[in-house]
Design a binder for this molecule. Structure first.
Ligand code: CTP
Length: 217
């Protein structure tokens, strides 16, 4: 089966030396890619800038900004069976990019930001034949926010993680996941190493995809 998996943060430049980004390490997305490769699936890994190596056998497509990530996903999504949107996409970007390094001033400085595109919502606004897995990073009301994102972003399944804790989630080795299904069911995967969770998650994704295909036929 063919997987397209996004991972890591996106980066929105402000000037030649500065950017907006987030703490995503890419570890969860890379672990899912590795788990899929272990099971002999094909993987296109579309990744923002991270400090880890891509799993052997993945086709790595490095990107920087949300727009770049969107362009690459758009070109590849119709040729996959499972699309996993694990990347932590910046929600805002500077209104203006300064071609020169911005000089510091005495006066307080306010940065004008505008929303970036919501990649997942844009991608699922047209019918896709692939099974779509979204993620949610939450610090509060995890279940309510995740259920809303599952519906609003039109995913087949949504994987939520609590990013308020230092011991799991962003930039840590471990994670704890709650998986939300279209029929309202939830499944918790208890705290474990990201590569262990990724293997369980892969099984759950493929199972849910199988069920959704059976339903459609
Ligand atoms: N996502 C996306 N494009 C964005 C922001 C997020 O495609 N501009 C995707 C993420 O990859 C993830 C899902 O949407 O699969 C949820 O991301 P999350 O950061 O949890 O939520 P947001 O939609 O950004 O909402 P908020 O920041 O308000 O929680």
């Amino acid at each position: 089966m063919k997987f397209v998996i996004t991972a890591g943060p996106t980066r929105e430049p402000l000037d030649p030396v500065r950017y907006l980004s987030n703490r995503s390490s890419g570890k969860m997305g890379y672990a899912i890619a590795a788990a899929a490769l272990e099971e002999k699936h094909k993987v296109v890994l579309i990744s923002g800038p991270v400090a880890i190596a891509a799993p052997l056998g993945a086709e790595l497509v490095p990107v920087m900004t949300g727009d770049e990530m969107f362009a690459v996903i758009s070109a590849r999504i119709d040729d996959c069976d499972v699309f996993v949107m694990c990347a932590a996409v910046c929600d805002y970007k500077p209104v203006h990019y300064s071609a020169q390094k911005m000089k510091k001033e005495r006066a307080p400085f306010a940065l004008a930001l505008e929303r970036t595109r919501d990649l997942l919502t844009s991608l699922t606004s047209v019918p896709r034949h692939c099974f779509v897995v979204g993620f949610a990073a939450e610090t509060q009301a995890l279940a309510a926010n995740a259920a809303r994102k599952l519906a609003e972003k039109n995913c087949d399944l949504l994987v939520a993680n609590d990013v308020s804790r230092a011991d799991i989630g962003m930039d840590s080795e471990d994670n704890e996941l709650v998986i939300f299904f279209r029929n309202g069911a939830q499944k918790k995967l208890r705290r474990a190493k990201k590569n262990v969770l990724a293997r369980s998650l892969l099984k759950i994704i493929l199972n849910a995809r199988e069920k959704s295909l059976t339903k459609k036929t």
